[in-house]
Design a protein around this ligand. Structure first.
Ligand SMILES: [Fe+2]
Ligand SMILES: [Fe+2]
Length: 247
């Protein structure tokens, strides 16, 4: 079945122009009832500041369960630095890559169920991307273990990034969304994914963890491909639906 992302229909009555008489009455009513209290948004910002000052952090990074697994050379490199920052970002990447495989699962199923004639998207390529996200997950788990950290820990960064990407997951799992809309959602994820790997490479290089940085460069090369391909499919598909360019 073909599912188009955009169709024209008078069922959409969300715009004010759908009923000029009612919209004028609504404007009149709003103007006739000004706010009952004085002040502006600065009072709200002031109250917010109280909460910001008093709030506990989102979470913490536990101390390493065992240093036995950590090579002596690694231990020396990290002396005087803050490896908990790296563990936090690795925990974040781990969670993101795991979610990434789910995102591709949804997209693969959507493409196989609602494939469009002449679609530029290759399901085989999507399956490869899914495999690569899973491999990246394992790579990060291994990196965490080499630092004596527990890969099953939810770090604060993992928590925050899960909240940030929850909208992407909702779009992907919604049966009503089109392939175009799903591609745009996955593009959001891939842009963050790409930046996340670049940051990890910088962080591990600066900490002198060269082997880890090299492993991560291989992952970034694959993420380059994901980002370029998803962006291209999204662009081609949108242009084609707009009737300005044939696929
Ligand atoms: Fe990824
Ligand atoms: Fe990716």
């Amino acid at each position: 079945m073909e599912k188009t992302s955009v169709e024209m229909s008078s069922k959409n009555r969300t715009g004010i122009g759908m009923s000029p008489v009612d919209s004028q009455r609504m404007i009149d009513a709003a103007q006739a009832a000004p706010p009952s209290s004085s002040g502006d948004e600065s009072a709200l910002a002031k109250l917010d500041s109280v909460y910001i000052r008093e709030a506990e952090p989102v979470g913490s990074v536990p101390p390493p369960g065992t240093l036995k697994g950590m090579a002596q050379a690694t231990l020396q490199k990290l002396t005087g630095k803050h490896p908990e920052v790296l563990v936090d970002k690795l925990g974040e990447r781990l969670a993101f890559e795991r979610t990434g495989t789910r995102l591709y699962d949804y997209l693969i199923n959507k493409c196989e169920t609602a494939s469009e004639a002449g679609s530029p998207i290759s399901v085989d390529t999507l399956k490869r991307f899914r495999r690569e996200e899973a491999q990246h997950f394992k790579l990060v788990a291994k990196a965490l273990e080499s630092l004596g950290a527990d890969p099953t820990t939810q770090t604060p960064g993992a928590d925050v990034s899960a909240v940030a990407s929850s909208g992407v997951l909702q779009i992907m799992s919604d049966p009503r969304t089109s392939i175009d809309q799903s591609l745009e959602a996955i593009l959001t994820a891939e842009l963050v994914d790409h930046a996340g790997w670049e940051l990890l490479i910088r962080l591990t290089s600066e900490m002198g963890l060269d082997d880890m940085a090299n492993d991560f460069r291989t992952a970034l090369t694959e993420e380059d491909d994901h980002l370029m391909q998803v962006r291209q499919w999204h662009e081609q598909s949108t242009l084609s639906h707009a009737g300005v360019s044939a696929i």
